[in-house]
Design a protein around this ligand. Structure first.
Ligand code: GDP
Length: 209
C-alpha cells in the first residue's frame, strides 16, 4: 500500500460557516476547491480521509444543513467547500429548485473556485446528479477531478475497469476532467487527491518528500 503523505496544508482545515444563500458566503478572493457528490456517495468520508481530520465534514451533517454550502478555512487565502447533495429518495421539487439555483449561481459567479472534486460511488458512477455537476463544470470551464470512491468494495481489476469505463465516457470533456479510484478506509488514493488540490490551490507539491 502507498505511504500516505500527511504533510499537507489541508490538515489545518477548520469549519468556518454554513450558508443557505450566496450572500452569506465568504468574500470571493483567494483559492477555493469544492466537493460535490450525491448523498451517500462517500463525500464526507473522502473529505475526512484526505484532511486527516476525522469528523470534519460530519459536523456539517446535522439535519437542515443538507441544503447548505459549508466552508472550511485552510488558511487566509485557501478554502475547501462542501457543496450540498441529494440522494436516492425523491427530493421535494422546492428543495431541488433551491439546490439548483444555489449551485448554478455559485459555479457561474465564483471566481475563487479553482476546481471541483466530484465524488461518486465506484459501483454507481455518473448518476443524473453527477451529469448535472459535470454540465455546470463544462459551462463554466471549471476543472473537475472525479473520485471513484469505495474502491475497496471491488476487486482491483473491477475497480480499474470501472475507471476505464468512466474515462471513456468523458472523452468530450477530457481537457477539463481527470478521474481516479479512491477508498476512505484504506486512504488509497489520498496522495493523488492532495496533488490535485495542491495544484489548484497553487501550493508547492510535497508528495515526493
Ligand atoms: P456522503 O453522504 O456522500 O457524505 O457519504 P458518507 O461519507 O457519509 O458515506 C456514506 C456511507 O458510505 C457511510 O456508511 C460510509 O461509512 C460509507 N463509505 C464512505 N466511503 C467509503 C469507502 O471508501 N469505502 C467503504 N467501504 N465505505 C465507505
Amino acid at each position: 500500500m502507498e505511504k500516505v503523505n500527511d504533510k499537507h496544508a489541508f490538515r489545518s482545515a477548520q469549519f468556518t460557516l454554513a450558508a443557505q444563500h450566496l450572500k452569506q458566503i465568504p468574500e470571493d478572493a483567494g483559492y477555493e476547491v469544492a466537493f460535490a457528490g450525491r448523498s451517500n456517495a462517500g463525500k464526507s468520508s473522502a473529505i475526512n480521509a484526505l484532511t486527516g481530520i476525522r469528523s470534519l465534514a460530519r459536523t456539517s451533517k446535522t439535519p437542515g444543513r443538507t441544503q447548505q454550502i459549508v466552508f472550511f478555512t485552510v488558511d487566509e487565502q485557501h478554502r475547501l467547500v462542501d457543496l450540498p447533495g441529494y440522494g436516492y429518495a425523491k427530493v421535494p421539487p422546492k428543495v431541488k429548485q433551491h439546490w439548483h439555483n444555489l449551485l448554478e449561481k455559485y459555479f457561474a459567479k465564483r471566481e475563487s473556485l479553482k476546481g471541483l472534486i466530484l465524488v461518486m460511488d465506484i459501483r454507481h458512477p455518473l448518476t443524473e446528479f453527477d451529469q448535472q455537476m459535470l454540465h455546470w463544470c463544462e459551462a463554466t470551464t471549471t476543472p473537475t477531478h472525479i473520485l471513484l470512491t469505495k474502491a475497496d468494495k471491488l476487486s482491483r481489476g473491477a475497480a480499474l475497469s470501472q475507471l476505464q469505463k468512466v474515462q471513456n465516457s468523458l472523452t468530450d470533456i477530457e481537457h477539463l476532467v481527470s478521474t481516479q479510484v479512491f477508498s476512505a478506509p484504506s486512504r488509497n488514493g489520498v496522495n493523488q487527491v492532495i496533488e490535485k488540490l495542491n495544484q489548484w490551490m497553487e501550493y508547492p507539491s510535497r508528495a515526493a518528500e
